[in-house]
Design a binder for this molecule. Structure first.
Ligand code: 3PG
Ligand code: MG
Length: 395
C-alpha cells in the first residue's frame, strides 16, 4: 500500500485528503475536537511538502442535500487554529465555490470543502451515481490521500470510488490506526481483555462473535448489558432491552463457557426512575432491579471487579461507555474502566467515538492510553475480521 512518501514530489500538486472531521457539535461549538486534532499531522505534512491541500469530510448524517445544521464551517475554523494558518472554506463540495477555492490555493495552502454528504452521490448505493460524484471530486485534485480512518468501513464516493480515480495513498493516521489494530488481531499479548459497552447489543454482534474465539476475557457494560442480564433470567425493569437478541446473548454465554472465555457482567447497577441528569440514582444488585427503574450505569462493586479483571491484562481493547457518562451521576462506571485502562501493563486501546469522547470529557490525559482510535465502527469492523472498503481500495 502506498504512503504519502510514495506519491513523489507534491509541490504545487492539488492533493485531495479524505479526513474524518465528524465531531460532536453543540450548535456551532465543537464539544470534542479530537478528530480534528488527529487529522492535523497528515495535513501539516502535505502543507510542508508544498502541496495545495483540499480536505474533504463529512459531518453527521444529512440527507444528501445541503442542511445548515451540518455545515463544516466551524470545523474548518478549528482546523485553521490548530494548523496555525488560514484555511479557505468552500460553501459547496464540487460546485462553483469548490472550483474557485481550489483554483485560488497557493502552494502550502489548505481548503476545506463543505460537507460531502450534502451530495446524494456520496452515500448512494448505486455504483454509477457514486462514481459520477467521485468523478467530480477527482476533478478537483491530482492525487488522493485517504486519512479518514473513522469512515474506512464505508463504501462511499469520497472514501472508496475517488481512490480508483486518482493516484492514491494512505495517510499517516490511517496507517497508525491499522498498525495498532493489527497488534490486537495478530497474536495479541495475553491475557487479552475486551470491554464492550454502548447502548445496543445488535451493534456488537459481529465483534462478540469473533472475540469469543480470540479474547481471554470479555467485560460487558453499558445499555447492552441489560439484554445479557435478562438472558440470564434477571428482571431489568425499564432498562434498554433488545428482546430479539435474547437468544443470541444466551448462545454467546454458552459458547463462552465452552471455549473458556471469561464473560464478566456487572453484579450491581445504578438505577433511576427516568433518563435525566438529576434523576435520583440508587445502587441495586444486578439480580434485584426494581420493575419501575432503569439501569443507567454499572455499580461501584462492578467497577472494582472490572478494574481487577484488567489489572494484569497485557492487551485491552475498549469500545463503548459503561453508562450514561454524559450525566455525572452515571459516569462512575465509565471512569473506573478508563482509569483501569491507564494502568494496564501492556497495550491499551480505546476504540473510537463515544469512548474516546468519554475519556477526554472525564479529564483523562490521552497519553495515559496506548492508543485512542478515531474510529468506533471502523475499528469494530476490523476486529470482526471484515474487509474495510476504504483500505482494500488502496491496495
Ligand atoms: C463516525 O462518527 O463513526 C464516523 O465519522 C462515520 O460516520 P457514519 O457512522 O455516519 O458513517
Ligand atoms: Mg458512528
Amino acid at each position: 500500500m502506498k504512503s504519502i512518501d510514495d506519491l513523489g514530489d507534491l509541490r504545487g500538486k492539488r492533493v485531495l485528503v479524505r479526513s474524518d472531521l465528524n465531531v460532536p457539535l453543540d450548535g456551532s461549538t465543537i464539544t470534542d475536537d479530537g478528530r480534528v486534532r488527529a487529522s492535523v499531522p497528515t495535513i501539516k505534512k502535505l502543507v510542508d511538502a508544498g502541496a495545495r491541500v483540499v480536505v474533504v469530510a463529512h459531518l453527521g448524517r444529512p440527507k444528501g442535500a445541503p442542511d445548515p445544521a451540518y455545515t463544516l464551517a466551524p470545523v474548518a475554523g478549528r482546523l485553521g487554529e490548530l494548523l496555525g494558518q488560514d484555511v479557505a472554506f468552500a460553501t459547496d463540495t464540487v460546485g462553483e465555490s469548490a472550483r474557485r477555492t481550489v483554483d485560488g490555493l497557493a502552494d502550502g495552502q489548505v481548503a476545506v470543502l463543505e460537507n460531502v454528504r450534502f451530495n446524494a452521490g456520496e452515500t448512494s448505493k448505486d455504483d454509477a451515481e457514486r462514481g459520477a460524484f467521485a468523478d467530480q471530486l477527482a476533478a478537483l485534485a491530482d492525487v488522493f490521500v485517504s486519512d479518514g480512518f473513522g469512515v474506512v468501513h464505508r463504501k462511499q464516493a469520497s472514501v472508496y470510488d475517488v481512490a480508483q480515480r486518482l493516484p492514491a495513498a494512505m495517510g499517516g493516521l490511517v496507517a497508525a490506526e491499522i498498525d495498532v489494530l493489527r497488534r490486537l488481531t495478530q497474536d495479541p499479548e495475553r491475557p487479552y481483555a475486551v470491554v464492550l459497552g454502548g447502548s445496543k447489543v445488535s451493534d456488537k454482534l459481529g465483534v462478540i462473535d469473533n472475540l469469543l474465539g480470540k479474547a481471554d476475557r470479555l467485560l460487558i457494560g453499558g445499555g447492552m448489558v441489560f439484554t445479557f442480564l435478562k438472558a440470564q433470567g434477571h428482571e431489568v425493569g425499564t432498562s434498554l432491552l433488545e428482546a430479539d437478541q435474547l437468544e443470541t446473548c444466551r448462545e454467546y454465554l454458552r459458547r463462552a463457557e465452552e471455549s473458556g472465555v471469561e464473560i464478566l457482567l456487572p453484579t450491581d447497577v445504578v438505577v433511576a426512575p427516568e433518563f435525566k441528569a438529576d434523576a435520583p440514582a440508587t445502587v441495586v444488585a444486578a439480580d434485584a432491579m426494581p420493575a419501575d427503574q432503569m439501569g443507567l450505569d454499572i455499580g461501584p462493586e462492578s467497577g472494582k471487579a472490572f478494574a481487577a479483571a484488567l489489572a494484569d491484562a497485557r492487551t485491552v481493547f475498549w469500545n463503548g461507555p459503561m453508562g450514561v457518562f454524559e450525566f455525572d451521576a452515571f459516569a462512575e462506571g465509565t471512569r473506573a474502566v478508563a482509569q483501569a485502562l491507564t494502568e494496564v501493563p501492556g497495550l491499551s486501546v480505546v476504540g473510537g467515538g463515544d469512548s474516546a469522547a468519554a475519556v477526554r470529557k472525564l479529564g483523562f490525559a490521552e497519553s495515559a492510553f496506548g492508543h485512542i482510535s478515531t474510529g468506533g465502527g471502523a475499528s469494530l469492523e476490523y476486529l470482526e475480521g471484515k474487509q474495510l472498503p476504504g483500505i482494500d481500495v488502496l491496495s
